[in-house]
Ligand binder design. Structure first.
Ligand code: ADP
Ligand code: MG
Length: 590
C-alpha cells in the first residue's frame, strides 16, 4: 500500500482556508472583492460580535445563476480567468477561485443570489464544506452571502482571535481601505445593529477620502501625479508636518487593488526625503496604474502582496512625483497642457481608467470618467490659480524677503517678512545650507580641505572597518582623506574646511554606524547622503552660540537661496511663522 494519498477535497479546502481566512476581516475582504468584481454599486456589510458570530455581505452586483452558484463553491472555480494567458493579465480583484470554498469549509455559509434577468434566485446552505440545502429563493437582484460560526471546526484558530473590539477594528480597516479605492460604491458597515460606517457613493474622490481619513486632512493633502506611456501615478499626500508614527496612513492601490508594498512606501518616504522627522510617516492615498502584464498579483493567497516587473522605474516615478509635489510651483515635467484646460489629475485618472476597465459594470466606469474633471480636493481650488492644476503648497521656494530683527536665546533669529513674523532656528537653517552645498558637490569638484597638522588615528571594529574602507573614495570628494593603517586602524589626513578638526573622529564613527544601520549594499547613494547630513550637522553653527549681525545676515541670505529652505536635512522645520493678523488678534486690535 502506498503511503502518499490525495487529500479529500474538504480537507484541502480547510488547508487553503488556513492561508486565505486568517480572521473575520479576511472573510470580509474576500467577499467585498467578489462584490466589487461583480460590478456592485452598493455593498452592505453586517457583522455581529466582531464578525465571529455573523458576517453578511449583500450587494447589487451581477448575481449568479443556480449553476454558477453551485460552481462558485467548488475549489478552483472562477469566472475571472479561463486560460494560462489570463493569469498573467489579471483585471479583477479575485482570480484564484478559492475564497468561497475555503470560507465554506470553516463555517456555516449560505449564498442567496439572483441574476437581474432571472425570475427567481437560488439559495445554497453549507456547513463545514458540505452542502446541506439547495433551493429556489425569492431575492433581489444581486448576491447575499452569510457566514456564521466562523472557525467552528478549527478550535485553534478560534482561540487565536482577539477581542470583539480588535476584530471589529480589523474589519473596519478592510472596509475603509476598499472604500478609499472605490468612491463610486456605497459602503455601509453595521455592527450589532448599529451603522458604524456609511459612505454614500460619490463622484468626487476627495469627498470619500475626507470621509474615510477624517476632515482634518481635508485642507492638508495635495495632489500628486506623474505618468509616462506605461505607468500612471495619481493621488494625494499630506503636508510634511502632518505626520504619524506608523505607516498606517499610507494607502496604496495598484490597478485599484489595495496592496501593502515596501518598495512603494520606501519610494514615498524618499520623495519626502529631508522633510520628515525620523520615525515619522506621511498620510497618502496613491493610485498606481500599470499594464496588467507588468505586475504579478499571484504572489500571496490573500493577494495583498504583488510583484512589479519594472520596479526601479516605478520607484523613481513615485520619488519624483512626490518630491515635485512638495516643492512650490514646480510643475511635474510631463505636464503638457499649455491651455490649462486639462488638469493633471484628470489626465492621470483617465490613464488609470484605461488600464483598469472594470469587469462587468458599465455604470461604474461611466461615473468614474465623469468625475475626472472634478478630481480636486475641497479647499484646493488650485486649478484656477495654476494652469497645470497643481495646487499651491506649503513650501515656498520664493525668497521671503526676511529682515532680521535680531538673535534671541543665542539660538534663534527673529525676522520680519511682509505681514509675518518669522523665527529661524539657527542650527537647523545652517544645517540645511551646508547640506545643500555638500550635495551640490556630489557631481562637481572636491570640497576645500585642510591638511591635519598631526594626522589623527582611528580604531574601528571588524564590521566598521569593512564599511569605512568602502566609504573612503566617496569621502575624499568631500575633503575627508583617510588611509588604511593596519587591519582595523585608519589615519585621517585631512578634513573639510567647514568642520573644525577636533570633530572629525566622532563624525566618521557616526557615518560608519549609520551606514551599518542602513546597509551599505542596498544603496550607496543613500549611504553617502546620510554621511552628508551628518557632515552638515557637525559643521553647522550650534544653538547657544552668539552670532554677529553680519553672520546673521549671511545666514539669512543663504537659507533663502536653498532649494528646500523650510526643513533641515533630518526633516525638522527651520522656521516658524505668525501672521500679523494673529498677533493683532492676540492684542485684541481686531
Ligand atoms: P474568485 O473571486 O477568485 O474567482 P471566489 O471563490 O471568491 O473566487 O468566487 C468564485 C466565483 O463565484 C467568482 O469567480 C464569481 O464568479 C462568483 N461570485 C462570488 N461572489 C460573487 C458575488 N458577490 N456576485 C457575483 N458572483 C460572485
Ligand atoms: Mg474572490
Amino acid at each position: 500500500m502506498t503511503k502518499i494519498r490525495i487529500l479529500p477535497e474538504i480537507l484541502s479546502n480547510k488547508i487553503a482556508a488556513g492561508e486565505v481566512v486568517e480572521r473575520p476581516a479576511s472573510v470580509v475582504k474576500e467577499l467585498i472583492e467578489n462584490s466589487l468584481d461583480a460590478g456592485s454599486t452598493r455593498i452592505l456589510i453586517e457583522i455581529e460580535k466582531g464578525g465571529i458570530s455573523l458576517i453578511r455581505i449583500s450587494d447589487n452586483g451581477c448575481g449568479m445563476s443556480r449553476d454558477d452558484a453551485l460552481l462558485s463553491i467548488e475549489r478552483y472555480a472562477t469566472s475571472k480567468i479561463y486560460s494560462d494567458e489570463d493569469l498573467f493579465s489579471i483585471h479583477t480583484l479575485g482570480f484564484r477561485g478559492e475564497a468561497l470554498p475555503s470560507i465554506a469549509s470553516v463555517s456555516r455559509l449560505s449564498i442567496i443570489s439572483r441574476e437581474p434577468s432571472a425570475e427567481s434566485g437560488t439559495e445554497i446552505v453549507m456547513e463545514g464544506g458540505k452542502i446541506l440545502k439547495v433551493s429556489d429563493a425569492g431575492a433581489p437582484a444581486g448576491t447575499q452571502i452569510t457566514v456564521r460560526k466562523l472557525f467552528f471546526n478549527i478550535p485553534a484558530r478560534l482561540k487565536f482571535l482577539k477581542t470583539i473590539r480588535t476584530e471589529t477594528g480589523h474589519i473596519s480597516d478592510v472596509v475603509s481601505n476598499m472604500a478609499l479605492g472605490w468612491p463610486n460604491v456605497h459602503f455601509r458597515l453595521v455592527h450589532d445593529g448599529y451603522a458604524i460606517q456609511n459612505w454614500a457613493a460619490s463622484d468626487d474622490h476627495t469627498t470619500r477620502i475626507a470621509e474615510v481619513l477624517g476632515n482634518t486632512l481635508e485642507n492638508n493633502l495635495s495632489p500628486v501625479s506623474a505618468k509616462n506611456e506605461d505607468f500612471c501615478i495619481s493621488g494625494w499626500i499630506s503636508r510634511p508636518d502632518m505626520t504619524r508614527a506608523t505607516s498606517q496612513g499610507i494607502h496604496v492601490f495598484v490597478n485599484r487593488r489595495f496592496v501593502r508594498d515596501k518598495m512603494i512606501t520606501h519610494a514615498l518616504m524618499e520623495g519626502y526625503s529631508g522633510r520628515l522627522m525620523k520615525g515619522q510617516f506621511p498620510t497618502a492615498v496613491l493610485f498606481i496604474a500599470v499594464p496588467f502584464r507588468d505586475v504579478d498579483v499571484n504572489v500571496h493567497p490573500s493577494k495583498q502582496e504583488i510583484r512589479f516587473f519594472r520596479k526601479q522605474q516605478i520607484y523613481e516615478m513615485i520619488v519624483d512625483a512626490v518630491s515635485s509635489c512638495l516643492v512650490h510651483n514646480q510643475k511635474p515635467s510631463w505636464v503638457h497642457s499649455e491651455s490649462g484646460e486639462t488638469s493633471v489629475i484628470s489626465e492621470a485618472l483617465a490613464h488609470s481608467e484605461k488600464k483598469h476597465p472594470l469587469p462587468f459594470s458599465g455604470i461604474i466606469k461611466k461615473s468614474l470618467s465623469d468625475t475626472a474633471s472634478t478630481y480636486q480636493l475641497p479647499g484646493f481650488s488650485g486649478s484656477k490659480k495654476n494652469p497645470a492644476g497643481q495646487a499651491p503648497l506649503w513650501e515656498t521656494a520664493q525668497p521671503e524677503n526676511l529682515k532680521a530683527i535680531g538673535q534671541f536665546f543665542d539660538s534663534y533669529i527673529l525676522c520680519e517678512s511682509g505681514a509675518n513674523i518669522v523665527i529661524i532656528d539657527q542650527h537647523a537653517a545652517h544645517e540645511r545650507i551646508l547640506f545643500e552645498k555638500l550635495a551640490d558637490r556630489a557631481t562637481g569638484k572636491k570640497l576645500p580641505a585642510q591638511r591635519m597638522l598631526i594626522p589623527e588615528t582611528l580604531e574601528l571594529n571588524y564590521r566598521q572597518s569593512h564599511i569605512l574602507e568602502r566609504l573612503i573614495p566617496d569621502l575624499e570628494k568631500y575633503g575627508i582623506e583617510i588611509e588604511p593603517f593596519g587591519k582595523q586602524s585608519f589615519v585621517i589626513k585631512s578634513s573639510p574646511v567647514m568642520l573644525s578638526g577636533n570633530e572629525i573622529k566622532t563624525l566618521i564613527t557616526e557615518m560608519v554606524d549609520s551606514a551599518l544601520e542602513t546597509g551599505i549594499d542596498s544603496n550607496m547613494g543613500k549611504t553617502v547622503e546620510e554621511c552628508l547630513k551628518l557632515m552638515a550637522c557637525h559643521g553647522a553653527i550650534r544653538a547657544n552660540q552668539t552670532l554677529s549681525s553680519s553672520e546673521i545676515a549671511e545666514l539669512i541670505t543663504e537659507i533663502e537661496a536653498c532649494k528646500i529652505p523650510g526643513h533641515c536635512p533630518h526633516g525638522r522645520p527651520t522656521r516658524i511663522k505668525w501672521q500679523r493678523q494673529e498677533i493683532d488678534k492676540l492684542f485684541k486690535r481686531t
